[in-house]
Design a protein around this ligand. Structure first.
Ligand code: NAP
Length: 257
């Protein structure tokens, strides 16, 4: 349960080795979250994250979750709930898994699009529906979904990734509406370019930010009542105007011309 100040006490990170997921977990651990489950496909990648969280005073468990293994998601969500150190409910779930993919390869080999879409959209959808059932049963909780500006207006350079994020963002909004009366909140986080493993080696976009800044903005949003947070916040206004640009103009803007 949330403590007397309303802070998260137990957390599940889906995509437990994600740089942004790890930064959010560290930020919430600093606020007193003491029971954390990291769920992902590679325990060896999550171990260093777990070690840092333990150093910060949290108890941490690792469980297996692969976004592409659709049939396993019910059991994986149950296993994550059962693994909460000290037992009890999960106050907050962060969906932080995702792949950027290689747009050129996807266009050359269309079958590659399926894995990206399964990882970023189909798998998160089935997993979050299981999470929603659990949160309905416990009668409280927050689900944080890592969306992206890439889904707000899709760009030619990564339109398959952008489409998967547009789908995930829409899913998260609808899920939030479906859970309002159950006392469960869905918070959609829409970062721009973030310096993480996902973007390593790529030229930074304007307004590039850090995983720690995303975590800070997420923690601030958790303490309030908004259901969407942009990081950095200026992107909200920028994307509001980009969203309505005629397509020929958008093509030039998105290509930096
Ligand atoms: N970085 C950015 O610029 C940016 C901007 C906007 C939104 N986002 C979104 O933020 C989220 C976190 O990204 P990040 O920057 O923290 O990237 P990251 O450090 O590369 O983390 C992505 C995580 O997704 C996990 N993952 C990939 N495929 C998976 C699968 N099939 N099953 C389970 N986990 C899987 C990876 O696990 P492995 O360790 O097993 O590979 C990795 O831990 C993503 O949803 C991303 O789309 C990122």
């Amino acid at each position: 349960m949330h403590n007397a100040l309303g802070a998260v006490q137990s957390l599940l990170v889906l995509g437990g080795a994600s740089d942004i997921g790890a930064a959010i977990a560290a930020r919430l651990a600093a606020d007193g979250c003491h029971s954390i489950v990291l769920a992902g496909r590679r325990a060896e990648a999550m171990e260093p994250v777990a070690a840092r969280l333990r150093d910060a005073g949290a108890e941490v468990a690792l469980t297996h979750w692969d976004a592409t293994d659709i049939g396993s998601h019910g059991d994986a969500v149950k296993a994550a709930w059962d693994a909460v150190p000290g037992g009890g409910d999960v106050d907050c779930v962060v969906l932080a898994a995702g792949v950027l993919g290689d747009q050129a390869r996807i266009e050359a080999e269309p079958a590659a699009a399926a894995e990206l879409i399964t990882t970023n959209f189909t798998g998160p959808t089935t997993t979050l529906l299981h999470v929603a059932q659990r949160m309905r049963e416990q009668g409280h909780g927050t689900i944080i979904v890592l969306s992206s500006v890439a889904g707000e207006r899709v760009r030619r350079s990564n339109f398959v990734y952008g489409s998967s994020k547009a789908g995930l963002d829409a899913l998260a909004q609808g899920l939030g509406d479906s859970l309002v009366d159950a006392g469960v909140r869905v918070l959609v986080v829409r970062p721009g370019f973030v310096h993480t493993s996902m973007t390593a080696g790529r030229e930074a976009a304007p307004l590039a930010t850090t995983a720690e800044a995303v975590a800070e903005a997420t923690a601030a949003a958790l303490a309030g009542s908004r259901d969407v947070v942009w990081v950095p916040g200026t992107l909200r206004w920028l994307m509001a105007s980009f969203r309505h640009l005629p397509r020929p103009v958008w093509r030039k803007v998105a290509a930096g011309r």
